[in-house]
Write a protein that binds this ligand. Structure first.
Ligand SMILES: [Zn+2]
Length: 116
């Protein structure tokens, strides 16, 4: 697995988000910190409607940098989030990503049928 191409890392602050991320697009993101010139991913997230707003809901946390990629739709964002979730071990995510509201979807990577 190569994973979706992500932009960044950028500073995980409100100005950092506003400077790099367009609003009104779904997408996926990783949150983490740079250690010894490597971006260490702590969390894999997704926004079904507005990536900029979705990122800002995590600003109170301990993450210092973020990467992101736009998605074509909420379903596309879900599948990209699943790919990232299965690619990285030791994430802070407590459980497998859930599909967007109102959709029962099969994870393309572990073939589990998931409900919102
Ligand atoms: Zn899965």
């Amino acid at each position: 697995m190569t994973g979706p191409r992500l932009y960044g890392p950028f500073q995980f602050t409100e100005p950092g988000i506003d400077a790099h991320v367009q609003s009104n697009s779904p997408g996926v993101y990783t949150l983490g910190s740079i250690r010894n010139d490597r971006f260490l991913i702590g969390y894999v997230g997704r926004a079904d409607v507005d990536l900029r707003t979705g990122l800002k809901t995590h600003l109170a946390g301990a993450y210092q940098q973020f990467k992101f990629a736009y998605a074509l739709s909420a379903k596309d964002a879900f599948e990209r989030q699943c790919e990232l979730y299965h690619e990285y071990v030791g994430l802070d995510n407590q459980c497998h990503p859930c599909p967007p509201s109102g959709m029962n979807l099969l994870c393309p990577w572990c073939r589990t049928l998931l409900a919102p």
